[in-house]
Design a protein around this ligand. Structure first.
Ligand code: ASP
Length: 356
């Protein structure tokens, strides 16, 4: 008699967000929130479909909207995913969608790439729940995308197809590379895009179709690109802020941030990274005093080019992702030149400003 191969072990890490939230009526898609569902309740709802897909266990690490997460929270999420990867074949993270692209990219840099790590969420609450009498998620909202996205994410994780590709976002049956994906709409059910590169694949029925492989910075996929073990305590994590440039923009915010003790700045410049005169003057002074200042494009896709002599450019990263990369590059407490080198190594090979 042949023995069926064991099912892959998928650990599901819950962070909160809309995918874990409840609402009062099946057509109420905007006033949702608490009481939220525990990740085990979400998995229990899908159990019949998942029985033949994976051995699952859930861990509720946070129960917050993604916009409220601090960098210390992100460090905690990395620890949870790294711990889960020591025993599981793959990990799925359920998160709020607002900052999902940042959570995915942070994990991409801080957890190994040799096993699938999938991040998903939803735009609609999971189910209806009476706050007075909380019950399991049985009555879904109309067009609920949470159960579909979670099921799809677990299928992708269990398939093993994305091993080696880094962190992948699964949303609306599309697969996106963490580095490239951005949220482009505040309410539509499928708001994620990878503007320059497109998705890396999609789900067809229950199967995963991969269009292309993700180009990653060089390194051993069994090791994270940035090792957070023994990383700074929350209080020591470097503070980095983002400024957007536009015609006529002033530079006072730079001086205020420097006075507040920021360790680095990201400027989202116009087009190729153009910065208004006053902002450029203030940022240039800060850079000459040793503050790393990264310049990216605010255009939504495409790279900035260094023109002023003091900016660090990192290719076509979104400003929010350039900020996370700068925070991680600063953890070693290096000089501006070393920070530029670290960022360059971790940015995608081949793009302007990258050494890869
Ligand atoms: N407020 C939610 C969040 O945690 C939005 C969502 O999940 O779609 O990001």
């Amino acid at each position: 008699m042949t023995q069926d191969p064991p099912l892959p072990h998928v650990a599901v890490v819950g962070l909160g967000g809309t995918i874990a939230s409840s609402t009062l009526a099946p057509d109420d898609l905007l006033t949702y929130g608490a009481p939220g569902f525990h990740v085990d309740e979400l998995l229990e709802y899908l159990r019949p479909e998942l029985l033949s897909v994976a051995e699952l266990d859930g861990e509720q690490v946070l129960a917050s909207g993604s916009s409220t997460l601090s960098i210390a929270d992100l460090v905690r999420v990395s620890e949870a995913v790294n711990d889960a990867l020591s025993t599981a074949d793959a990990v799925v993270v359920t998160s709020g969608s607002d900052a999902l692209e940042e959570i995915a990219y942070w994990l991409d840099l801080t957890v190994p790439a040799n096993r699938p790590v999938i991040v998903t969420g939803s735009m609609r609450p999971f189910a209806v729940r009476d706050p007075e009498r909380p019950s399991p998620p049985t009555r879904l909202v109309h067009g609920a995308d949470g159960p579909a996205n979670l099921l799809a994410a677990i299928r992708v994780a269990a398939s093993g197809v994305t091993a080696g590709q880094g962190v992948v976002v699964v949303f609306g049956d599309l697969l996106h590379a963490a580095r490239d994906v951005v949220k482009r709409h505040s309410t539509l059910p499928d708001p994620f895009e990878s503007p320059a590169s497109g998705p890396i694949g999609y789900l067809f029925g229950g199967s995963v179709v991969l269009h292309r492989h993700v180009v990653r910075p060089p390194g051993d996929p069994a090791e994270p690109l940035v090792n957070l073990a023994g990383c700074a305590t929350a209080a020591e994590l470097p503070r980095v802020e983002i400024l957007v440039s536009y015609p006529g923009g002033g530079g006072e915010a730079v001086d205020a941030y420097v006075a507040a003790g920021v360790r680095g700045l990201v400027i989202a410049g116009m087009g190729l990274g153009a910065i208004s005169q006053d902002l450029a003057a203030a940022a240039g002074r800060a850079a000459e005093n040793g503050l790393p200042v990264v310049c990216v494009s605010r255009s939504g896709a495409g790279s900035a080019v260094a023109k002023l002599g003091w900016e660090i450019v990192v290719g076509d990263l979104a400003p929010t992702k350039a900020r996370l990369l700068l925070i991680l590059a600063l953890l070693g407490g290096q000089s501006s030149a070393q920070v530029a080198q670290t960022m360059s190594r971790l940015a995608m090979p081949g793009v302007p400003g990258s050494q890869g």
